[in-house]
Design a protein around this ligand. Structure first.
Ligand SMILES: *Cc1c(COP(=O)(O)O)cnc(C)c1O
Length: 482
């Protein structure tokens, strides 16, 4: 299996060649040359597999240059009950992604039982083990540099802690995260994890990371890398739970289902699109946004109008506060019939458009608009009031507490689903992460998984730093043997 760029101007690469990198050299994103197809016989056999076995079956179609025994060992060490058992006391952790049925035909797929209580652990934990494996083979090292306002950074740290050949330098805005988020990250005592609290805002931290990454000689000398959401291995790991959720919600492979997906960077739902292209019987992929509704506008009207950070609202589902979805280009490549030149033409306008209120492109009235329905997407948006209402309704009707992001997905999923299609709503975080909004909706605190009770009292390890790029560089060089 080779991977090609969505912009059509980069050499084809293997899975391990793109594993540690980011964008293709032409600025595009990598996708398989062709989507592997799953036969009916395979689907029938896969239905009986455990999560780790299924992950191996799916990923071996993508990571064709990793020897079978090695890939098997990597997935079996990743998808264990020990790693994914932070959820509700009554969850069936042996399933890794248990399906919770609210009523016949309406389900929640629990993807947030990993150590940081969000679905990002599903892919990030695999990435940690893949990185360690690949670096070991190449006798190489990698220093991951990132900025976080909470979620992605902690998922990366919990995936990379203790891994050979890897260090993580994670910047976070000093005093801006919740005490729970701080405790989650700063209580890690692993010597390869460096938390750096910046006296400034998230954007300042982000700018420092960009400045260091743009210093190409520093970046090369200190082997600086990232773990952002365009990483192909992350997307492919997410394909697995669409299969698992489908098997859990159906009795036979003749049935179709709908998935509802709370979306930000389009990484999660992109994996659903790929599962569908591989032949999984998905009738509908329902995309939910919050007030940052750029993607909903596209699927409803054909107009793609990205926005910059200044025009992105802060909402109570903060992990979806994104107005330029990095993985969206992967879907558009398929939509335009895999025409890299067309993608280049569209994306030449994206950065210009996002700083104004103009559309980057509009497919209404073109053959692409006519092609859109065959990809099965529906979309809708959910506001703060919708979240509160959905959280209350689920609590009152089913005694199930969901977080704000999952609530966005459920609200839009119920509104957009075609009758008769079983609906599987992806749970992207646990309510314990968003206690303030749960308090507002229900007048009570969310339950916290037993393993995380009292983590605020653990000793914390963190470097306080001014928003100064020179200081960051000297901190890195002092901690990376050269
Ligand atoms: C990252 C995240 C999302 C958005 O997922 P994308 O893959 O970026 O679309 C939704 N909910 C939660 C809780 C997240 O952490």
């Amino acid at each position: 299996m080779k991977y090609i760029s969505t912009r059509g101007n980069a050499p084809a690469k293997t899975f391990t060649e793109i594993l540690l990198g980011g964008l293709a050299p032409d600025g595009g994103l990598y996708l398989p040359e062709q989507y592997p197809q799953v036969t009916r016989a395979e689907l029938d056999a896969w239905r009986k597999l455990s999560y780790a076995e299924l992950a191996y079956a799916v990923l071996s179609k993508f990571a064709t240059d990793i020897p079978a025994a090695d890939l098997k060992a990597i997935v079996s060490k990743t998808y264990t009950t020990a790693v994914y058992s932070y959820g509700r006391a009554d969850s069936d952790f042996s399933q890794i992604t248990p399906l919770r049925t609210l009523e016949p035909g309406v389900h929640i797929l629990e993807l947030s039982n990993g150590p940081t209580l969000a679905f990002k652990d599903m892919a990030m934990q695999l990435l940690g083990n893949l990185f360690e494996y690949a670096l070991d083979k190449q006798h190489a090292e990698l220093n991951i540099l990132g900025a976080t306002s909470g979620d992605t950074g902690s998922a990366a740290e919990y995936a990379m802690r203790g891994k050979r050949g890897i260090r993580v330098f994670m910047l976070s805005p000093h005093g801006k995260m919740s005490s729970f988020q701080r405790a989650q990250m700063y209580s890690l005592q692993d010597p390869n994890i460096y938390n750096i609290a910046i006296t400034g805002m998230f954007d300042d931290a982000q700018d420092m990371v960009k400045a260091v990454s743009n210093d190409h000689s520093f970046k090369a000398k200190y082997k600086i890398g990232t773990v952002n959401s365009i990483n192909w291995a992350r997307v492919s790991a997410q394909v697995v739970y669409y299969f698992k959720g489908y098997f859990a919600a159906t009795k036979s492979n003749d049935e179709q289902v709908a998935f509802a997906v709370p979306s930000g960077n389009f990484g999660n739902i992109c994996a659903g699109h790929i599962a569908r292209m591989m032949g999984l019987p998905i009738g509908q992929l329902i995309l939910a946004t919050n007030e940052n509704d750029v993607l909903d506008e596209f699927f409803r009207t054909g107009v793609y109008r990205p926005r910059d950070t200044k025009h992105t609202y802060e909402t109570s589902s903060p992990s979806m506060d994104i107005s330029k979805a990095s993985n969206f280009e992967r879907f558009v490549f398929d939509l335009v019939g895999r025409d890299g030149a067309k993608v280049r033409e569209f994306w030449s306008k994206v950065d210009v458009a996002s700083s104004s209120d103009t559309a980057a492109f509009n497919i209404k009235g073109t053959s692409y608009w006519d092609a859109l329905p065959k990809f099965g997407f529906a979309s809708g948006k959910s506001t703060h009031q919708d979240r509160l209402k959905t959280i209350r309704e689920l609590w009152e009707e089913y005694g199930v507490m969901v977080d704000t992001h999952t609530a966005d997905g459920i609200k839009v999923g119920l509104a957009q689903r075609r009758p008769n299609l079983p609906l599987i709503c992806l749970e992207t975080a646990l309510p314990a992460k968003f206690a303030e909004t749960i308090q507002e909706a229900l007048g009570r605190e969310p339950e916290r998984p037993a393993a995380l009770q009292g983590i605020e009292k653990l000793p914390q390890r963190c470097e306080l730093m001014d928003a100064d790029v020179a200081k960051l560089k000297s901190f890195i060089s002092a901690n990376v043997p050269n």
